[in-house]
Design a protein around this ligand. Structure first.
Ligand code: AMP
Length: 289
């Protein structure tokens, strides 16, 4: 497995792979890798000849400087895990390598990117589109892998790729976005790099989020959307140490809120909860229909 930090070298390796007619899978990450990331890498190695994993904590998607500073960075351990998973190449660039000058491009895909994370983290999805579009341009992958843990992110990236496709961009025409299911701890907590920042006590209450979400699926069979939403918010807020930032029950394709269970073919509940005093911001989601 090769580890490279230069865009020029990355493009050279990609062009070699293409000459050899290799199918390329890309897994974008911010590192501090866990089993959730590993599931994306496994799917990519199953479906492609070559798997490229990027490890880059992208500053432009952080609207909170403190969050960016405390984000865990563990490149050596990440590389050991990726090697054991059979990744072909790790791209771990510096910030200057990715942004030799400020990226002034602006991306907007309303209404997908204006609700939920888009509303509570201004500029977040613009930063995500900046880095992911750069990675797509450098690698021109056949398949790119994203976790459903970041449910809204997948919808925004799909909207971005669709937009590039409409502009007849070659890399966008080739690319398939491959969503991957959420990987959880045995107690239900969705794996996240941020979980390492939880104290022992916070870690012990965090699984309550998924336990209430799971309970709400049964509850939804006999209650309205509004009642289900209220039940989730009230139960979680009653637990000491947890505070819901938002809980929205949405059409899984458009991410717009629904008011009844027959309003969309697929319906998802998306939540963000602050855990503990620091606090650590945890996201999760669940499928109703
Ligand atoms: P991150 O490093 O947090 O930017 O995540 C990189 C990719 O891994 C994103 O597509 C995430 O959605 C995905 N991911 C993170 N946690 C999980 C998880 N618990 N299960 C599945 N995918 C995940």
């Amino acid at each position: 497995m090769e580890v490279i930090d230069s865009v020029k070298e990355l493009k050279k390796r990609v062009s070699d792979f293409r000459k050899e007619n290799k199918k390329i899978g890309l897994v974008p990450t911010m590192g501090a890798l866990h089993n959730g990331h590993a599931s994306l890498v496994r799917k990519s190695t199953d479906e492609n000849d070559v798997t490229i994993v990027s490890v880059f904590v992208n500053p432009t998607q952080f609207n909170d400087k403190n969050d960016l500073e405390k984000y865990p960075r563990t490149l050596d351990a990440d590389c050991r895990l990726l090697e054991s998973l059979g990744a072909t190449l790790v791209f771990a660039p510096s910030v200057d390598e990715i942004y030799p000058e400020p990226d002034t491009r602006s991306f907007s895909y309303p209404p997908t990117d204006s609700v939920m994370e888009g509303a509570f983290r201004p500029g977040h999805f613009n930063g995500v589109c900046q880095i992911v579009s750069k990675l797509f341009m450098f690698v021109e992958p056949d398949n790119a892998y994203f976790g459903e843990k970041d449910f809204q992110q997948i919808a925004v990236i799909k909207a971005m790729v669709y937009d590039y496709r409409k502009k007849d961009t070659d890399w966008a025409k080739r690319l398939n976005i491959r969503p991957c299911p959420i990987v959880r701890e045995d107690d239900g907590l969705a794996l996240s790099s941020r979980n390492t920042l939880l104290t022992e006590e916070e870690r012990s209450i965090a699984p309550y989020i998924y336990s209430v979400l799971s309970e709400s699926v049964d509850y939804s069979r006999t209650h309205s959307v509004e009642e289900t939403k209220n039940m989730v918010v009230e139960k979680i807020n009653k637990k000491e140490g947890l505070k819901v930032q938002y809980y929205e029950i949405v059409n899984a394709d458009t991410l717009q809120t629904v008011s009844s269970w027959d309003e969309a073919e697929h319906i998802q509940g998306c939540i963000t909860v602050f855990c503990g005093d620091t606090p650590i911001r945890l996201i999760d989601n669940i499928n109703y229909i």
